[in-house]
Design a binder for this molecule. Structure first.
Ligand SMILES: Nc1ncnc2c1ncn2[C@@H]1O[C@H](COP(=O)(O)OP(=O)(O)O)[C@@H](O)[C@H]1O
Ligand SMILES: Nc1ccn([C@@H]2O[C@H](COP(=O)(O)OP(=O)(O)O)[C@@H](O)[C@H]2O)c(=O)n1
Length: 229
């Protein structure tokens, strides 16, 4: 891997499911010429790997035993990135509702979090672009608490559920909403992504359209950058 000469400017973004983290971060990164790291994709890919291995997902020891054989790769180009586990392209498979339904079970295991956080920090350090937007649930608090720009992206539960339901055609909206609520509940037992930690700026997109939300996120990033003459 080539190493950049300068440390990239890190933007940390957290928030609940459907708040717009990945779509807004991608658009902001593309506009700023930054890289983009979707950390949820790693938890989803590890869940995919665990399901493919046929282990009992409630058995923590079995889940941990899969970590050493987990060969994970993801790009940081906001214009498009593939997700691989070994030689298998899992970019689409990890978005399936069957993976969303079980991802929290593996994400709550401390050894899994420790291993994936090491991967995220290495990806941040290796980013060749001048900055990188990293989004997830614990980026502002655990993965990159010293990042110069840290944002909590929120939206009301009703708006988040309707945005997610609109994406999943063929799915029952009420069922999609109930599953999203259940996943947020399970995830929030592990990390708090509903309240902004000290120094974290909240962007509430409930009453903003997509473009306005991207502008609001870019404004926070720009305000956090050192002033140069
Ligand atoms: N401010 C917004 N207004 C309208 N739609 C939005 C807004 N932000 C995100 N969306 C849409 O909501 C859906 C969920 O966003 P996504 O980025 O997948 O959320 P997350 O990564 O937080 O789960 C996407 O279809 C996205 O285009
Ligand atoms: N930093 C992160 C990111 C995701 N996750 C886990 O990974 C799952 C999928 O994350 P995601 O960001 O793809 O989820 P969506 O909000 O996009 O649906 C979450 O439900 C969490 O269980 C986590 O624990 N920590």
């Amino acid at each position: 891997m080539t190493h950049p000469l300068e440390i990239p400017f890190v933007v940390a973004i957290d928030g609940p499911a459907g708040s717009g983290k990945s779509s807004v971060s991608k658009a902001a990164a593309a506009r700023l010429g930054y890289g983009f790291l979707d950390t949820g994709a790693a938890y989803r890919a590890f869940a995919w790997h665990a399901v493919a291995s046929g282990i009992e997902l409630d058995d923590e020891a079995s889940v941990v035993s899969l970590l050493d054989g987990f060969e994970y790769r993801i790009g940081t180009d906001p214009a498009g990135y593939a997700v691989h586990v070994g030689d298998v392209d899992v970019t689409d498979a990890i978005r399936e509702p069957s993976i969303s339904a079980v991802v929290s079970k593996v994400a709550r295991v401390p050894e899994v979090r420790t291993r994936l956080i090491e991967f995220f920090r290495a990806s941040m350090a290796d980013e060749p672009r001048p900055g990188i937007i990293v989004e997830g649930r614990d980026i502002t608090t655990v993965v990159a608490p010293d990042a110069p720009a840290r944002i909590l992206l929120t939206a009301s539960e009703e708006v988040r559920m309707s945005r997610r339901a609109a994406e999943l055609t063929g799915e029952d909206a009420a069922e999609t909403g109930a599953r999203l609520q259940a996943r947020d509940r399970a995830d929030s037992k592990v990390v708090d992504f509903m309240t902004a930690a000290d120094g974290v700026v909240t962007v509430d997109s409930t009453d903003l359209d997509f473009g306005e939300t991207v502008d609001a996120v870019i404004a926070v990033i720009t305000d956090s950058q050192p002033v140069t003459d």
